[in-house]
Design a protein around this ligand. Structure first.
Ligand SMILES: [Zn+2]
Ligand SMILES: [Zn+2]
Length: 505
């Protein structure tokens, strides 16, 4: 996997784009020494157990939330991002309901395959081959044992969360943990906004109409909300509020909506509550109480508007726009700022990672971005745009796909990340290279700070989210510059991808 060869490939690719010659080599060198500078920030912010919310989150409270906070803190210390931390919380939910149980399945007569009673105890129900009884019964130590084992599962980030957990736990039913995923996301979302050491919980009423108890069916759609191409922090806020208040339908992206900074920008959410005004009231109270953490800009509800920038003004009346929906009688509209709030932002990687199921071993190719082609491969004359500040002939060594900044970018096929770094100013900004074997590589360019979600050496699945669309480097707007290389030479990505059943645009 010659690092030097990859480096040269990156230099060649970037030089073809920008032609900035020797300065580039220095930039690339600097990028390598600093990696993984753009790796997703581990979430949870070192959550302090004293800071967990007073009420319930997804039916979990008190000791259970404190144990979740311990899991997040240990995961963060070990360098796991929110995706890995949420897998751990989900696993403990499925094993012990987040309780540090001094007994296990043996009390129900469950035995190992060899007939001996199981010896599982604690948060993760670990048997005696995991460690001492004291270790397994200390939440912090048992979480550490879990994360270490997860780290040894090859390609765990690309697996369905329940399968990753199953590889660690070796339980009989690989799908056992799937039903806990949505609750784990809600708990991590709620705890991610609790700064370490802070004792005041996030303000807000206890969850309304939250399904709980045996047999309850969550109102949240199994496949998640169909929000369209919204910003990752918008998706994170939708998940948190949607879970918490059991909202069945949430509107997101709408190209033709008139609020240019809202629905068409992927920054607005419509929580459809129908005639359940009490639920709408509870949602807006929660959003106002957590406005700073969630990055709320303004809220419209029942023909009134509330601005985060001037909370002292409270609700202001709005003009009559006609029908009940136009007047927001049946749905709070929550508009977020373009910049993620500190709590919602911690979940950016997590939510981005859950957009499309990723697969190993299928040999499948997928478009890296569901977006229109904005510039094709081939010679072109520049007018000061991408690839150079001057005019003149220039070879565009890839395909540009235009999408809002923050839109998830998928690995086009399974492979190994051979380079993840930057930014290269004046060139293609932050860059990821993936080697797919057989002499084929792809590159992904222009990501902003925080928009590179993988690091060199990662084994990524086809369709795994590896980055977020950005505007770094010599770029005139949010887009992905996608490159394909065969035996080190760039080729036209459009026929290449079309030939593999994954046309671009
Ligand atoms: Zn709306
Ligand atoms: Zn380009």
């Amino acid at each position: 996997m010659g690092e030097v060869r990859k480096l040269l490939a990156a230099v060649v690719a970037l030089a073809l784009l920008g032609g900035a010659g020797m300065a580039l080599v220095l930039f690339v060198g600097a990028g390598l020494s600093n990696r993984p500078q753009a790796w997703c920030q581990p979430g949870g912010s070192g959550v302090d157990v004293a800071g967990v919310p007073d009420g319930e989150v997804a039916g979990y409270a008190g000791e259970q939330l404190q144990n979740a906070a311990t899991i997040l803190r240990v995961g963060k210390e070990l360098g796991f991002d929110p995706w890995g931390q949420t897998i751990a919380v989900m696993t403990a939910m499925g094993e012990s309901s987040l309780r540090n149980l001094p007994f296990g399945d043996a009390v129900r007569g469950v035995t190992n395959p060899d007939g001996r009673p199981t010896t599982s105890v604690g948060l993760f129900q670990q048997q005696d081959n995991w460690g001492s009884y004291a270790d397994r019964m200390t939440p912090e130590r048992s979480a550490r044992l879990f994360f270490r084992a997860l780290d040894r599962v090859e390609g765990w980030r690309g697996l369905e969360p329940t399968l990753a957990a199953n590889r660690v736990q070796r339980n009989a039913d690989p799908g056992h943990y799937a039903k806990f995923w949505a609750d784990a996301v809600a708990v991590v979302a709620a705890l991610a906004g609790v700064p370490g050491g802070q004792t005041a919980p996030p303000a807000g009423p206890p969850p309304a109409a939250q399904p709980s108890g045996a047999g309850a069916t969550p109102a949240v759609p199994a496949g998640g909300y169909n929000l369209g191409p919204v910003a990752p922090h918008t998706a994170a806020v939708a998940a948190e509020i949607g879970q918490r208040f059991a909202v069945a339908e949430i509107g997101g992206y709408r190209e033709n909506a008139v609020d240019s900074g809202g629905h068409p920008a992927g920054l607005a959410l419509d929580f459809m509550v129908g005639d359940d005004a009490a639920k709408g009231d509870a949602i807006v109270d929660y959003a106002i109480a957590n406005a700073q953490r969630l990055g709320v800009d303004y809220i419209i509800w029942r023909q009134r508007i509330w601005f985060a920038a001037s909370p002292q003004d409270g609700w202001r009346p709005m003009d009559d726009r006609g029908g009940p929906t136009a007047n927001h009688m049946d749905h709070p509209h929550i508009n977020l700022s373009a910049a993620p709030g500190p709590g919602a932002g911690a979940l950016t990687c997590l939510m981005a990672s859950s957009v499309r199921p990723a697969a190993f071993g299928t040999g499948q190719w997928l478009a890296p971005l569901d977006a229109p082609v904005s510039s094709r491969y081939g010679p072109r004359v520049l007018a000061g745009g991408e690839g150079g500040s001057g005019e003149g002939a220039h070879f565009h060594a890839g395909t540009d796909l235009a999408a809002a900044c923050g839109t998830p970018i998928y690995a086009a096929a399974e492979g190994v990340v051979t380079y993840a770094g930057g930014p290269f100013r004046g060139l293609t900004g932050r860059v990821v290279f993936v080697d797919h074997g057989g002499g084929v590589e792809t590159s992904y360019n222009h990501m902003d700070a925080g928009g590179v979600l993988v690091r060199s050496g990662d084994h990524v699945a086809a369709g795994q989210v590896i980055a977020l669309v950005g505007d770094s480097g010599n770029s005139t707007g949010c887009h992905l510059h996608f490159g394909v290389y065969e035996n080190g030479r760039h080729v036209d990505p459009e026929p290449f991808m079309a030939g593999r059943g994954a046309p671009l645009g």
